[in-house]
Design a protein around this ligand. Structure first.
Ligand code: FES
Length: 130
């Protein structure tokens, strides 16, 4: 059996939603101290819906495939649903990752959480200003 599923290879070779968003509503950056890989997620949010999402991942192929798949899973979804996205859901959507590569999908979960936290912080700051 191949180490990586066709879906992992596809998202690694043709990652979706690569890049950044100018004036993003939420930005999350996380890293894994062990491997040194870094993932950055940009969210555009309108009426509590993730209308656009982009990512920059400086990391291994599994991290790139995980971020690509994660962006596909959350695009167009309400924040409440996006906040629930687990690395398990990302891994399942990729038809699995080798056990020693599961931490790469955790980065995607954490980066999205960090972007949502950033969005909440920003919106709270605006509410306080008014
Ligand atoms: Fe660290 Fe993949 S090896 S994110």
């Amino acid at each position: 059996m191949a180490l990586y599923s066709d879906k992992v290879m596809d998202h690694f070779r043709n990652p979706r939603n690569v890049g950044s968003i100018e004036n993003a509503d939420g930005i999350g950056e996380v890293g894994n101290a062990r491997c040194g890989d870094i993932m950055k997620i940009y969210l555009k949010i309108d009426d509590d819906i993730v209308t656009d999402v982009k990512f920059e991942t400086f990391g291994c192929g599994s991290a790139i495939a995980s971020s690509s798949m994660a962006t596909e899973l959350i695009k167009g979804k309400p924040l409440s649903e996006v906040a629930q996205l687990s690395n398990k859901a990302v891994t399942e959507a990729l038809d699995g990752l080798p056990p020693h590569k599961l931490h790469c999908s955790v980065l995607a979960e954490e980066a999205i959480q960090a972007a949502i936290d950033d969005y909440h912080k920003k919106t709270e700051a605006i509410v306080q200003q008014n």
